[in-house]
Design a protein around this ligand. Structure first.
Ligand code: PXP
Length: 250
C-alpha cells in the first residue's frame, strides 16, 4: 500500500531540467575551461536534476558544439537541447540526437529568449524541423506563450510537448500574477487535452516556482539563471537540492 502510494507520488512528481548555459557564459568570459561545464552538470544531477538543458545558440555565445557532444556522452539523465530552427543547428541536433529538443525563437541581440515561438506564422519551417528531429528519435517540444491558438498550432504540427513560457508570470507584479497563472493553467489544460506533454520555464526562481509546480499536468520545469546564481555561493549540488525540495513540497 505504502509502496503503491510512493509509486503514484513519484510518477506525478514534477521533474527539474537544470539549464547550465550560464556556467558556459562565465567560462566564455575567459575562454578557458573553468568553470567546468560537465562538472556542473554532474553536480546538478547529484543534487536531484532529472535532466540537463543547454541552448546551442546560433552565435555560440555560451554553449559550444563540443559541449553538447561531451554532455551527451557524460550524463546519465536526458539531455534537452534548446535550439532555433536554423538549418545548421538542426544539422548539429540530428548528429547529436539528444533525448529532447526544445524549439525556441532566437534573435541575435536578445539577452535571453524573449518570447514564445510564433507557431502560427512559422508553421512550415517549424514543422520541417520537428520532422527532421523526430526522424532521428528526438522528442520535440515547442516553447510557446500560454495562448490557446499557439498551443493548437503546436498540436497541429505534431510536436510531443509544449514548454509554456513563464516569463510574463515571473515578471508580473504580485497583483497581476493570478491573471498570468490563470493563462498558464488554461494553456496546460488545453495542451493536455490535445495529448501534448506539458513543460514550463523561463524566469522561474526559488520564490515563484511553487505556483508553477501546482499547475495541472505539469511534468517538467527548465530552470537556469536562478540556480546558477545561487550555485555561485553554495555550490551547484546544494543549489539544485534546494530547488528540488521546493518542487517536491509544493
Ligand atoms: N526554457 C527556455 C525555452 C529558455 O529559453 C530558457 C532560457 O534559456 C529557460 C527555460 C530557462 O530560463 P531561466 O534561465 O530564466 O531559468
Amino acid at each position: 500500500m505504502i509502496e503503491a502510494f510512493s509509486l503514484m507520488n513519484s510518477k506525478s512528481r514534477v521533474k527539474l531540467g537544470l539549464n547550465i548555459d550560464h556556467v558556459a557564459t562565465v567560462r566564455q568570459a575567459r575562454g578557458g575551461e573553468e568553470p567546468h561545464l560537465i562538472q556542473a552538470a554532474l553536480d546538478g544531477i547529484k543534487g536531484g536534476a532529472e535532466g540537463i538543458t543547454v541552448h546551442l545558440r546560433e552565435d555560440r555565445r555560451h554553449i559550444q558544439d563540443q559541449d553538447v557532444f561531451e554532455l551527451r556522452k557524460s550524463i546519465s539523465v536526458p539531455l534537452n537541447l534548446e535550439m532555433s530552427v536554423n538549418s545548421d543547428i538542426v544539422k548539429v541536433a540530428r548528429k547529436l540526437r539528444p533525448a529532447k529538443a526544445c524549439l525556441v525563437p532566437e534573435r541575435r541581440k536578445e539577452l535571453t529568449t524573449e518570447g514564445g515561438l510564433d507557431v502560427i506564422a512559422g508553421k512550415r519551417r517549424i514543422s520541417e524541423a520537428i520532422y527532421l528531429l523526430q526522424e532521428k528519435g528526438v522528442m520535440v517540444s515547442l516553447f510557446v506563450d500560454p495562448i490557446p491558438e499557439q498551443i493548437q498550432a503546436a498540436f497541429d504540427i505534431d510536436c510531443d510537448f509544449v514548454e509554456l513560457h513563464t516569463g510574463c508570470y515571473a515578471n508580473a507584479k504580485r497583483k497581476k500574477r493570478p491573471i498570468e497563472l490563470k493563462r498558464l493553467r488554461e494553456a496546460a489544460l488545453l495542451a493536455h487535452r490535445l495529448g501534448l506533454g506539458v513543460h514550463a520555464g523561463h524566469g522561474l526562481n526559488y520564490e515563484n516556482v511553487k505556483a508553477i509546480v501546482k499547475l495541472p499536468f505539469m511534468e517538467e520545469l527548465n530552470i537556469g539563471h536562478a540556480i546558477v546564481s545561487r550555485a555561485i555561493f553554495v555550490g551547484m549540488k546544494a543549489a539544485v537540492q534546494k530547488m528540488c525540495r521546493l518542487i517536491e513540497t509544493a
